[in-house]
Each structure stands twice: as C-alpha cells, then as structure tokens.
Design a protein. Structure first.
Length: 209
C-alpha cells in the first residue's frame, strides 16, 4: 500500500514511515522543517489523550463484577490493548482532560499545554497560554512565570495569616504545592488509595474541630 504524505513542507514530505527530503536543501531550509516535525510530535500526544478519554467516558470494561454488571473500563485494559506504557497513556489523558480542545493553541507545543494542565482555574489557563503565545515564550519561560505568580500568591496568604492554629501556614502551602506538582490526578487508583490512607489522620483531626 502506497504511503500518503501527512504534512507537506518546503523541504519535502513527511510520511508515517519517514521523511523524503528534497535534494540540495540549504541548512536554513532544512531547519525550517522543525516546526512541522514538532507539531506532529505534539499532535500525537493530543490525539492519544483525547482518544483514551473517549474510551474512559463511553466504554465499559470487558470484565464484570460479582453481580454480573459491567465494570468501569480500567487503564490497564487500555495499556494492554495499545501496548503503550501506563504513564504515556495516563499523562496524555490527564493533560487533554485538564486542557480542553477549545483552549489549545496550534502555535504552542504539547509541553506548553502540559505546564498549565495543573492549573484548575480556566481563566488562568487562558491567561498563561495567551502570554506564552504572544511573547513566544519557551516552555521553561512559561514554567518560570507560573512559579513566580504562585509564589507571590502564597506569600500574600502567609502575610495575611502566618499560622493556622499550631500549624505554620507555610507547611500547609508547601504540602498543597507538592501534591499539585506531583499531578495526583494522573496517579493510578492504587497510589491514590495509599495517599488517602496517609491523609486519613489529618482528616479525622479536622473532623474533630
């Protein structure tokens, strides 16, 4: 079966099986192909994430519970079916779930979108994506700006209330920040269950207040 080009570029054609470059390219022409190559790589992650989320939202597991009812589909089933690593699938699904299709920017990479995925406020996601696109920020520049803004917000909260009872406010903020950076939303169920067990004494203490 003849391969059809995925994306035509000034330097040649890109196929599923490789690239056919025009003879006699200058170094500048060769380098100009990189945005197209980068776009393909990011597109794979976006498509994979949306594809996985569709299965999670619409399909049931092949397994049934003790009552004969169909179970929710498991990530392990998708991993087995696609022969793809768990963290590749879960990471792609998490970013696509966190950053909906309508917010994504063609001029920004997958990694840019990954940086804003942990931000729960949609307006803030839009703000940072707008800034990154307008200022042509690298991923590291976007990450640095987000960290600076979060640090400022945390300092303002600390100034308003330095302690919560016997617990220094900074400890609470650091714990929340660590969990946010750990991207617990993408953790497997077993790991989430273990975290719940570790947090249970804190929840019990909170309920006694």
């Amino acid at each position: 079966m003849k391969s059809l080009p995925l994306i035509p570029t000034n330097g040649g054609q890109l196929f599923i099986t490789g690239a056919k470059l025009k003879p006699g390219l200058t170094r500048e022409q060769w380098a100009s192909m990189w945005p197209s190559l980068r776009a393909i790589n990011g597109a794979i992650n976006f498509v994979l994430g949306d594809w996985v989320n569709y299965a999670l939202d619409n399909f049931k597991s092949n397994e049934k519970n003790e009552n004969g009812e169909e179970k929710e589909i498991k990530f392990s089933e998708l991993v087995k079916a696609t022969e793809t690593e768990y963290f590749t699938l879960s990471g792609a699904a998490w970013v696509c779930r966190s950053v909906p299709f309508c917010l994504r920017r063609q001029n920004l990479t997958w990694s840019h979108h990954k940086e804003v995925a942990s931000i729960t406020n949609r307006k803030d996601q839009i703000k940072y994506l707008d800034l990154a696109e307008k200022n042509e920020w690298s991923v590291s520049e976007l990450r640095q700006r987000i960290r600076e803004d979060q640090s400022t917000e945390d300092e303002e909260v600390c100034e308003q209330q330095s302690t919560v009872g016997f617990i220094p406010r900074v400890w609470v903020l650091e714990g929340v920040r660590s969990l946010r950076n750990a991207k617990v939303e993408a953790w497997p169920r077993e790991k989430k269950a273990a975290l719940r067990e570790e947090l249970k004494p804190i929840v019990e203490l909170y309920n006694q207040l």
